[in-house]
Design a binder for this molecule. Structure first.
Ligand code: UDP
Length: 328
């Protein structure tokens, strides 16, 4: 782990925690930290985009149990009647390639499954955190994005199954909080990277790393002037857990790294760190690709005392080393 675990997370009582999307990139890192801190974790995954390999280290761990289920279709009876103290709803295809490939599943897991999990949280008096996204801001006209910005989203665009279902997720979560007093938290997650991102899901960091490690041309989409702000996974997971364990704030909070980089700059940076001889080639920009994205994290600093600590170069070096070993 690259960043310190805050003391407020180390001294929580042991809890029974449900993590949906446990075999995904964020879900698996979250399960690791929860188990490390002594909690009992039930992980659920459909394995549509998640991978069993992400959970190898937890296989047979006495504080971890894995359930295979597709929550887009139903909540399995033993979960629906289970007792949990905390629920993290992390399940959803999350890369543009992933959610376009699984459009209906994406829509259902962020809408139906969110409602079922909110009902479960109400019934067993669990606190629930739902994983929303910076995609709620769409192609933002306000920059950087503060939580009070309502966004600029194409409701029928090529990302709409993701953007709009996450916006529904937020609305549902607020409704269950306001009307039924469910103890809810909403995180808007910005681009996150680190070990275990699927190499072939089209996301920019694994794509550039794979290309640079194999000395293949690096595919910068468009002119590469579009920006993203990249958060190292350890920082992101700590932010999520601090939000879960914070008191009294139920509106969405941005958790991401406010250091912005253009995609062309990122390609150069990864190529240099990997010691690669790849060329850079320009490919067409996918439809509805946001031109800029950067979180304002004032609220996270104020409410959670959280900010990212891993510099991009350090996080990228660790990630490149991870993939170098995997590809070898
Ligand atoms: N991108 C790129 N080359 C790639 C993959 C992505 O230039 O091989 C760009 C993409 O156009 C977007 C940015 O990188 O502007 C981030 O894309 P990603 O799919 O990682 O996630 P997004 O932030 O769009 O959800």
């Amino acid at each position: 782990m690259q960043s310190e675990i805050p003391a407020s997370l180390k001294f929580q009582p042991a809890r029974r925690v449900l993590v949906t999307g446990a075999a995904g990139f964020l879900g698996s890192h979250l399960c690791d930290l929860l188990v490390h801190l002594g909690h009992d974790v039930i992980g659920v995954d459909s394995f549509i985009t998640g991978s069993r390999e992400n959970l190898t280290q937890l296989k047979d761990h006495r504080h971890f149990k894995l359930v295979q289920a597709d929550l887009a279709e139903s909540l399995p009876p033993d979960l629906a009647t289970g007792r949990f103290d905390r629920i993290y709803h992390m399940a959803s295809p999350a890369s543009p390639v992933g959610y376009v490939r699984h459009q209906v599943n994406t829509l259902k897991v962020n809408s139906f499954a969110t409602v079922w999990l909110l009902e479960l949280a109400q019934r067993c008096k669990a606190r629930i955190l739902v994983a929303s996204t910076s995609e709620c801001y769409g192609d933002p006209l306000e920059h950087p994005q503060t939580e009070s910005y309502w966004g600029h989203v194409n409701p029928v665009g090529m990302r709409s199954m993701y953007d709009e279902s996450k916006r529904f997720m937020e609305a549902a979560t607020m409704a269950y909080h306001r009307e039924r007093h469910v103890d809810t938290r909403i995180v808007r997650i910005f681009n996150t990277y680190g070990p275990r991102l699927a190499l072939d899901d089209g996301r920019v960091v694994p794509a550039f790393i794979k290309q640079s490690l194999t000395n293949a041309p690096m595919t910068v989409q468009g002119d590469g002037a579009q920006t993203r702000s990249l958060c190292y996974v350890d920082d992101e997971i700590r932010g999520l857990m601090l939000l879960m364990e914070s008191e009294g704030y139920h509106l969405p909070i941005n958790i991401g790294n406010p250091e912005e980089v253009t995609m062309l700059q990122l390609a150069h940076e990864i190529r240099e760190l990997a010691g690669s001889t790849s060329t850079i080639t320009h490919t067409p920009l996918p439809p509805d690709d946001p031109r800029q994205r950067c979180p304002n994290i004032t609220l996270a600093k104020e409410k959670l005392n959280w900010q990212p600590t891993v510099p991009r170069r350090e996080g990228l070096k660790t990630t490149i080393n991870y993939y170098r070993k995997r590809l070898a």
